[in-house]
Design a protein around this ligand. Structure first.
Ligand code: GTR
Length: 434
């Protein structure tokens, strides 16, 4: 792809000052480049070597993009394509008609009364073995369509709430992680404060990511990268598991768009950790998600890769070779050659609201690298007249900063907590004007 400068509009005074802002922000984190093989993981801030971030507004011909129109027409597609080629792979167009089957509906009291729906999304017209099971809770008192938070869960739909009516997964998927036992207490209710979500007038739509692809290096053989290979005209190696999971989120969105109980214009997509990586790629790829939330998504998610701290491309591609396209591996000890960094992934969400969150006890995810990526997506948001983080200093614990891009770091370990959710619910209320 050739990236051309945007010549469609004369540079206004605003765009000139935006350009200056771009330089200021970029200069704050850019320091001279060193070529250093990043063989091991570094957990010491003092040992972080200098690195250079690509400027998302700098077109390959050396001209700066200075308008939203130029970004959308030229730079956005170019950067998106670089992520497809080098990191996540192609995002196939849905060339197959989906089938939605309502399997169950009822009520559940999670502190507050909820309506429950369980829907199966089939991905092939006649085959019934390839599907995504969706569990939806809606505030029972609410009339009309409601905004929702959509997310994958790690351990299956029955893990999110002690609701005996939640249908078990249609099949068990190979590890890692324990096999789900029917009737066992929900194992992950702490990550899903269903009552808080419903009380604030939102619905929740969740699905188990392993319906799309089991999370191991052989998972592609039984996941959609094999079963939908023909239907989507994409070879398994043309995308990775994160790409497949992200694509599944878009199909969940297809369902949400046509459910009259749901306000399809107000769907916030949230993901934690590896599922945060998938949520960011889905949010970058599918502009119907009106808010995107990354909870401790780390390397390959919101954290900068060129900053040598915490998990590295070398470690992630060694431990999880199935998550990315094979091309990503070539940057394992050569991050300077990577033509993008994760602030550019965050930029692809612009101008939609974006929340990036870290935990101080989760240094493997590189909280500071996540913060700096959020800061450096700011110049793209500025093209749309939106304010980003507004500071280049990591804020104190539990002090969310920023407007359309927001960031917080909280104490504690890797996980998604009630505190995290409270910030996301407040952010959504603010952004959606509720
Ligand atoms: C870790 C991995 C991280 C993150 C995490 C998770 O083992 O290194 O990139 O994805 O798993 O998903 O919990």
């Amino acid at each position: 792809m050739t990236i051309l400068p945007d010549l469609s509009r004369p540079h206004s005074r605003t765009s000139t000052s935006l350009v200056k802002l771009v330089f200021v922000v970029i200069m704050l984190v850019q320091v001279p480049q060193v070529s250093r093989a990043q063989q091991k993981e570094n957990m010491s801030e003092a040992a972080v070597p200098p690195y250079i971030l690509p400027n998302p507004l700098l077109a390959p011909d050396g001209k700066l993009i200075t308008t939203a129109a130029g970004w959308n027409a030229v730079q956005r597609p170019g950067i998106y394509h670089l992520f497809e080629q080098n990191v996540y792979g192609r995002y196939p167009a849905p060339s197959i008609p989906l089938r939605f089957v309502l399997r169950e509906s009822g009520t559940f009291t999670a502190g507050i009364k909820a309506r429950r729906k369980q829907v199966r999304i089939y991905f092939l017209p006649t085959d019934s073995t390839v599907y995504l099971d969706v569990l939806i809770y809606l505030p029972a008192s609410h009339k009309g369509s409601v905004p929702v938070f959509a997310a994958y869960n790690f351990s299956g739909n029955p893990s999110i709430a002690n609701d005996p009516a939640i249908l078990p997964p249609g099949r068990q998927h190979a590890g890692p992680g324990p096999v789900l036992q029917p009737g066992a207490p929900a194992s992950d209710t702490a990550s899903w404060p269903v009552d808080d979500i419903l009380r604030q007038g939102y619905g929740l739509a969740v699905a188990w990511y392993r319906d799309i692809e089991p999370d191991n290096s052989m998972g592609w053989k039984s996941g959609i990268r094999s079963t939908l290979q023909q239907a989507l005209a994409i070879k398994p190696e043309e995308w990775g598991a994160i790409g497949a999971w992200a694509w599944g989120l878009s199909r969940l969105m297809d369902y949400l768009q046509q459910d009259r109980d749901i306000d399809g214009k107000k769907v916030a997509l949230l993901g934690h950790s590896r599922l945060g990586k998938a949520a960011l790629w889905a949010g970058a790829s599918d502009r119907r998600f009106s808010i995107v939330v990354s909870n401790e998504s780390g390397e390959g998610g919101a954290a900068l890769s060129k900053r040598w701290y915490g998990e590295t491309i070398e470690a992630i591609t060694r431990n999880f070779p199935h998550w990315f396209v094979p091309a990503y591996q070539q940057y394992a000890n050569n991050t300077t050659a990577l033509p993008v960094d994760q602030h550019m992934l965050l930029s692809l969400v612009a101008p939609r609201p974006l929340y990036v969150a870290s935990a101080a006890g989760d240094q493997w995810s590189d909280p500071k690298g996540e913060f700096l990526a959020a800061v450096n997506a700011g110049p793209v948001y500025a093209l749309f007249g939106k304010r980003g983080i507004g500071t280049d200093s990591l804020p104190p614990l539990m002090h969310p900063v920023g407007e359309t891009i927001r960031y917080h770091i909280r104490p504690g370990k890797h996980g998604i907590t009630r505190y995290d959710w409270q910030q996301y619910l407040a952010f959504a209320a603010e952004q959606w004007g509720r």
